[in-house]
Design a binder for this molecule. Structure first.
Ligand SMILES: NC(=O)C1=CN([C@@H]2O[C@H](COP(=O)(O)OP(=O)(O)OC[C@H]3O[C@@H](n4cnc5c(N)ncnc54)[C@H](O)[C@@H]3O)[C@@H](O)[C@H]2O)C=CC1
Ligand SMILES: O=C(O)C(=O)COP(=O)(O)O
Length: 528
């Protein structure tokens, strides 16, 4: 099963040609249009189901909202700060990156900036080209024995550490997530930022750009550093506050900076680039043949694997969707969607305010999350006109003020597992309980009606709420004959008191349910 199909892709930046080749070899139509303006992209994007970008294309909410057919944004690289991931999620669009393809290249450029800063190589080169022979001006300092502070101990931070250790540098670092034992195993002593700032001769940042990392190195942190500290930013413009850096360079608090990235690219404000102690590159961290080949190939293969239903790798906003690629979970997702649809129809599409999903059984102990999303897709399918999917459904539920709670109970020892859903719509509670048996999902209970035999949740199903003991089959047969629809199955609950739900499997949906009100207190139908 391929949960997401992509037939047409727009590549809006210079991505390695292997990307286009792989996509085309797998039946995906590819169009390359580089240097589109924002307006051009907004008018073009509706023609494509996939978009492949690097860091220059700003995939804003405007672009995503205009992408009425857009299903996936592929980032041939690491940082996704040029993509409005929140807007993509809201629109059910998958955002995918290739986070390891350019790690080594970015780490190498960082080390090149660090070493160049220590010996003024770019400035000396410029001076030689100007015909000079100035040996005194470019007096450097050894890296050996100096301390390098690495802020962000992820993939690139780790590679920078091991390379700079070979110069004899002491490596210290800070990362709120990487455990200190892990970074210690690569020779990096983890500590707080307060402890780190005053110890460093050099600082390099390797975090994503997020609100919590914007201006991580600012006036206050520069003030805590050793005078003359040198800094490198090969991550994202703004992690080192640009105005604070300029002030620190001018005062001598910062002895030099190596910058590959800028808040605005290309930077209109040239003050940093023009500063004598700044060496800079036009965002070249990933610009190697090797990194581009890896990223181009990775994004294409990840997309092809997704389309072929083999797996979902690299998605930054669609963890739930990844579960749909595992054959065992697919039937549970179908069950969740079906239970949601059954309840939505029994509640006569009244808006629900609360949804409680409970899974039971050992085999479902790690599945409650994706089953919850699947139930919500089934519940909200009609009201959202089918736009709710596993990527956006919880966001939609939250925005609609629906309180969704989920829990798992081990009480059902059977490994078959059971999912129970209770919704509150217009002050009334509706409950359904289902499982996966044999080939597919089944309904075990609806309201307080426990079906004698599990009801297969497939095809056209008619639900009737009738009084216990009511003989409805003759009337049912008459109404079906009038509607020209055949009865394929009939399920009624084992003995109960009060009203009970019956379920009728139909050869096709019934056009008008008006006449059925004479047979049942409530009637609803779904097609699964
Ligand atoms: N200049 C270039 O061409 C390139 C730049 N990059 C940039 O480098 C960044 C890092 O890449 P990777 O190492 O692959 O990512 P990663 O996800 O492996 O590592 C990032 C680390 O930053 C840490 N972090 C998050 N918030 C932090 C905070 N407040 N303080 C300290 N650490 C924090 C995370 O816990 C994580 O360990 C990317 O997000 C991207 O923006 C990546 C590739 C090329
Ligand atoms: O992968 C990243 O995060 C980068 O910054 C590389 O950007 P680029 O693909 O070279 O535009």
């Amino acid at each position: 099963m391929a949960p997401v199909s992509i037939k047409s892709v727009l590549i809006s930046e210079s991505v390695d040609p292997c990307c286009k080749k792989i996509l085309e070899e797998n039946g995906i139509q590819v169009t390359e249009k580089l240097n589109l303006t924002k307006e051009d992209l907004i008018s073009e994007i509706k023609n494509y189901e996939g978009l492949v970008v690097r860091s220059s294309t700003k995939v804003t909410a405007d672009v995503i909202n205009a992408g009425s057919n857009l299903k996936l944004i592929g980032r041939a690289g690491t940082g996704v700060d040029n993509v409005d991931v929140e807007a993509a999620t809201k629109n059910g669009v998958i955002v995918m990156n290739t986070p390891s393809g350019n790690t080594v290249s970015a780490a190498e450029l960082t080390c090149i900036l660090l070493t160049s800063l220590s010996r003024h190589v770019p400035q000396a080169t410029m001076s030689m080209k100007a015909g000079k022979w100035d040996r005194k001006k470019f007096m450097g300092a050894e890296l050996y024995g100096k301390t390098l502070g690495i802020v962000g101990l992820g993939r690139i931070g780790k590679e920078v550490a091991s390379r700079m250790q070979s110069f004899g540098m002491k490596t210290i670092g800070y990362d709120p997530i990487t455990p200190r034992e892990v970074s210690a195993s690569w020779g990096v002593e983890a500590m707080t930022l307060e402890e780190l700032w005053p110890q460093c001769d050099f600082i390099t940042v390797h975090t994503p750009l997020m609100p919590s990392t914007t201006g991580l190195l600012n006036d206050a942190s520069f003030a805590k550093c050793k005078k003359g500290v040198r800094v490198v930013n090969c991550a994202r413009g703004g992690i080192i506050d640009e105005d604070a850096l300029l002030r620190a360079l001018e005062s001598g608090q910062c002895g030099g900076a190596g910058l590959d990235v800028f808040v605005e690219e290309p930077p209109k404000n040239r003050a940093l680039v023009d500063h004598a102690n700044v060496i800079s590159c036009p965002h070249l961290g990933a610009s190697t043949r090797e990194a581009q080949a890896r990223c181009g190939q990775d994004i294409a293969l990840q997309m092809v694997d997704m389309v072929k239903g083999k797996g979902l790798v690299g998605a930054v906003n669609a963890q739930v969707l990844a579960s749909t690629f595992c054959p065992e979970s697919q039937q549970w997702i179908k069950l969740g969607e079906a239970l949601g649809a059954v309840l939505q129809s029994c509640a006569a599409s009244k808006p629900c305010s609360q949804v409680q999903i409970t899974t039971q059984g050992d085999c479902l102990k790690n599945s409650t999350g994706y089953i919850t999303s699947a139930v919500m897709v089934g519940l909200l399918a009609k009201t959202t006109g089918g736009s709710a999917n596993l990527v956006n459904v919880l966001t939609i539920a939250k925005q609609s003020g629906i309180k969704v709670t989920q829990s798992h109970s081990q009480s059902e020892a059977s490994c078959h597992g059971v999912c129970e859903v209770e919704i509150s719509a217009d002050g009334v509670c509706y409950k359904a309980r289902g499982s996966v048996l044999g080939d597919g999902p089944v309904l075990l209970e609806l309201g307080s009606s426990v079906f004698r035999q599990p009801v297969s949740l497939a095809g056209n199903l008619l639900f009737l709420l009738v009084s216990t003991g009511a003989q409805i089959l003759p009337a049912l047969a008459g109404l079906l004959a009038t509607a020209g629809v055949e009865m394929e199955s009939f399920s009624s609950p084992s003995a109960g008191a009060g009203d009970v739900w019956c379920c009728v499997g139909l050869s096709s949906p019934i056009g008008d349910l008006g006449a059925w009100k004479s047979v049942a207190k409530r009637v609803s139908q779904i097609t699964l």
